[in-house]
Every structure is written in C-alpha cells, then in structure tokens.
Design a protein around this ligand. Structure first.
Ligand code: PAF
Length: 264
C-alpha cells in the first residue's frame, strides 16, 4: 500500500494516509502503509513553480507517524531517476490530454506524473495506492495507466477531498496564499453551489466561471465533463463532473465536484 505525495502535508494527506493504513490493516498487508515524499521535477513545466513548491520534511514525517504510516520514503532525485532514461515514461492515457483542461495549461505535466508514479510503484511494489479526488484528472489518468506490479494490476483507491471550514479544498499550495488572497479563496467553493442551480451543463460552466471571477480569481478553465474520460458532454446530458482551475494572488488552485442539472 502506497500513498504517493510531494510533501508539505496537510489534513487532506492525513486522510489519505489514515485510509491507507486502515486498508493495509484490513487486508493484512505486511508492509503497512508506505508514504512517499518526492517533489517530482519532471511534472513541473515552470522552474519557478518547482523552486517555490513548499518543503517541510520534518513536519511531514511527524504527520505521517501520527496518521498511521508504517514508513516514509523521501528519495533524492538521483535515486528516483538514476539515469535520464532509467524509467521511460509510460504511454500517456487519452484522459491526460482531454481538451481544455490541465494539459492545455500545463503541457507535459501528466507525462511527468505518469513517469514518477510508474517509478514509485517500481520502488515500493504496492498492491494498491491511495489518490485524492482533489486532483480529479490525475486520479483518472493514474487509473487509466493501469500499472501492474508482480503480475497484478495496482488498485487505485480514491479518497474524497478534505476542505477547510470555508469550503476551500486542502492543498499544499494554500500555504502560498497571502492573507487577502486566502480570504478570497474561501469564496471559490460557492461556485459549485451556483452551478448546481443550472439547468444544463453549458449554463453550469458559464455560471461557475462567473462565480469564480467574482472572488477575484483569474479563471483558466471551468468545465463540466464526463467523470471518467473528461471529454465534453453531449448536449442534453444531465450529470457530469465540474472541474476548474484558477489563479488567485499568484497561486494556482484546482477543484472539482459532481454536477447534476437542476430540475425545471
Ligand atoms: O498529487 C501529487 O502530489 C503528485 O502529483 C504525485 C501523485 C505524488 C506525483 O508526484
């Protein structure tokens, strides 16, 4: 059982680790729950973003212990990637490049995620791995990768998003928000409530974008998609997954939730 993370751990990660530790106990997995902490350079397309990414290994190790992890693995870059061609990037599933979502804004990001997940699975040899629903597209990409270990497909177990009291999804990037931007970020989750009043997905997308912009955010995308393929919905579809990405106070935030059309 593995919980892959990039560190700067918060209550959302603690929920992943607790769920992982409980599952490891239930399934009598000898190695328990292994947490990996590795800020993967290959998934950052902006070197400044990689540089700025928060790092707090000591506090992270304490959180892992508290949440029931059996072991923390915090490898160096040369240990994960001993040679540039040591771990070829697995073929990118189609869901990684669904138009208008992450790939449009962070080209190459999911190739880096797939590469590191493949490598972390090689190192830890898990039967299952926990991934947060907060990164919904990442969850679908990793599921679609269908990686195997020891001849068995690694089970990808989703864990619901943990939110702050004002609805902001927990993220390591929240720590980069200055007080004014943090206050404004508390208004972002209200966009989901407004979208739930829309009678079709086209209206839900427009409503969401407007609600996010009202919080002072610069909207990168706000889209209602098929929950698994993340492809655009056909006209008349009454449910899907709403996903958005914004920049607020210089910090990039993403979130998602199920969406269902309001009845007439
Ligand atoms: O979600 C993350 O923190 C990262 O993308 C992951 C899965 C640990 C890969 O670096």
């Amino acid at each position: 059982m593995v919980v892959p993370t990039m560190g700067a751990l918060h209550a959302g990660h603690a929920a992943l680790i607790r769920a992982g530790a409980a599952l490891a106990r239930e399934r009598h997995l000898g190695a328990g729950c292994i947490v990996t902490i590795f800020v993967n350079p290959t998934q950052f397309n902006d070197p400044a973003d990689l540089e700025r990414y928060p790092r707090s290994l000591e506090a992270d190790a304490a959180l892992c212990r508290e949440a029931g992890a059996a072991c923390v693995l915090a490898p160096a870059v040369h240990e994960v990637y001993p040679k540039p061609d040591f771990s070829p990037t697995p073929a990118l599933p189609a869901v990684a490049t669904s138009p208008g979502l992450e790939d449009a804004r962070r080209p190459g990001h999911f190739a880096g995620v797939c590469q590191v997940v493949h490598r972390l699975f090689e190192i830890t040899g898990p039967t299952c791995a926990m991934f947060g629903e907060k990164d919904w597209q990442q969850l679908q990409v990793v599921r679609a990768l269908g990686l195997s270990w020891g001849g068995r497909r690694v089970e990808i177990v989703p864990v619901p998003t943990v939110r702050e009291a004002d609805g902001l999804a927990m993220s390591s990037r929240n720590a980069q928000l200055l007080p004014l931007a943090r206050r404004a970020a508390g208004g972002l989750a209200a966009a989901f409530v407004e979208a739930s009043r829309a009678r079709n997905w086209e209206e839900a997308e427009a409503t969401t974008a407007r609600a996010l912009a009202r919080s002072g955010a610069e909207v990168e995308y706000a889209a209602v998609r098929d929950p698994l393929t993340l492809l655009p919905l056909p006209p008349g579809a009454r449910e899907g997954r709403i996903l958005w990405a914004v920049r607020l106070g210089g910090v990039r935030l993403i979130d998602n939730a199920p969406w269902r059309a309001a009845s007439a």
